[in-house]
Design a protein. Structure first.
Length: 375
């Protein structure tokens, strides 16, 4: 008897969660429309939306246009009910973002702030985040927590940042970082965070590989609504895939890694350390930049083709470079297709949707998702 009661409670909670997610995704919807879309009875939907209204997660926003008969009440998610912050830690910068329950970016800021080991650094980051939140005008009581992205192995089992060559970290316990902040903290690898931002609100169900082309190169496999972590939380670490045997020295001290050929700074270092300047010069057809781009594109195409051959899924180009590639996708696809054994047209390569603060956003969205799972 007790087991039946638990099962009924589980079904009720699952229904409420599905209904809330559907309302949040649709923007404005009615009980009859929810009932039809989710194949739930109208009384079940009505009872659940009533509970969601009482919780403050949903509100009535007038009436929808009649299609004959009584006009249905319009329902919308209260997307500002709770908020989440995201921080992207890199070698030389921090990115900070604030988002609501719908994943809308309310505020974003990226500032120069070189990483250095020690508690003092994270205390200062915490202070900067607090000032960032206060400047947004949002109440701190509505902040669910902070998602923090790192360029390195985020070991969820041992609860530590492990083997971050970019930051010179071999073991940094989550607790040491979290102790410096006044909000609950959640941790994510930077490429995983970018992939999470790309996939969590997408209607597409097909798996994809997210290739993060920032000042370090990383990757993540997103499948069936979640990140594939791998046995040692290293799934997708293509930045250290050998692309040229005994080639250029990578910052990890190995030779020939993809990172040594396709990190963003391979391009930005040719101008004023800004990618925008490189691509502006490329548009002007400056000879040295055109040569550099052709070489960069060659190694990028090798990497994309290798990833696609192994995984047979779309490859999404993200990170700093990915955010600049929209005008160059046709030539990238053409370069990739020339290497593809199965004569595909390269349409499996696409540019990222989130071109600003993707890692910080993905980290914040993980906090939002953990909250939504409990609705």
């Amino acid at each position: 008897m007790e087991r039946t009661k638990i099962t009924n409670m589980e079904v009720k909670r699952k229904n409420r969660n599905h209904i809330y997610r559907y309302i949040r995704r649709c923007g404005t919807i009615s009980n009859p429309d929810i009932s039809y879309a989710l194949k739930l009875s109208l009384p079940t939907v009505t009872q659940n939306t009533k509970e969601l209204i009482e919780l403050g997660l949903v509100k009535e926003t007038g009436e929808l246009q009649s299609t004959g008969g009584r006009r249905a009440k319009a329902l919308s998610a209260v997307v500002g009910y709770r908020l989440a912050a995201g921080i992207d830690i890199t070698q030389n910068h921090i990115g900070m973002i604030l988002t609501n329950l719908a994943g809308d970016i309310l505020k974003y800021e990226r500032i120069p702030y070189p990483y250095r080991p020690g508690r003092e650094y994270f205390q200062e980051v915490s202070e900067k985040l607090q000032a960032f939140i206060e400047a947004s005008g949002e109440e701190r009581e509505r902040i669910l927590g902070i998602g923090i992205s790192f360029p390195g192995i985020v070991d969820l089992q041992n609860k530590e940042i492990a083997n971050s060559h970019a930051l010179g970290v071999t073991s940094l316990p989550f607790a040491e970082v979290a102790d410096c902040f006044s909000y609950p903290c959640y941790f994510l690898n930077d490429a995983n965070a970018g992939a999470y931002a790309e996939g969590i609100h997408s209607d597409a169900k097909e798996p994809f590989f997210y290739l993060s082309l920032s000042n370090t190169v990383g990757g993540a496999l997103y499948h069936d609504g979640r990140l594939m972590q791998g046995k040692g939380y290293r799934c997708g670490e293509v930045g250290h895939m050998t692309i040229v045997p005994d080639g250029l020295l990578c910052y990890c001290k190995k030779a020939g890694c993809l990172d040594a050929y396709c990190a963003a700074k391979r391009l930005s270092d040719l101008t004023d350390k800004k990618l925008e300047s490189f691509f502006s010069g490329l548009k002007e057809k400056k000879e040295d930049l055109v040569r550099a781009w052709e070489e960069y594109k060659k190694y990028l195409a090798i990497a994309i083709n290798n990833i696609h051959m192994v995984l047979d899924c779309d490859v999404v180009l993200g990170g700093y470079v990915g955010s600049c590639l929209e005008p160059y996708m046709e030539e990238i696809r053409e370069t990739v297709s020339k290497r593809n054994t199965f004569s595909e047209d390269g349409s499996f390569v696409r540019v990222c949707n989130h071109k600003v603060g993707a890692a910080a956003l993905g980290a914040a969205l993980q906090v939002i998702e953990l909250f939504v799972e409990q609705v």
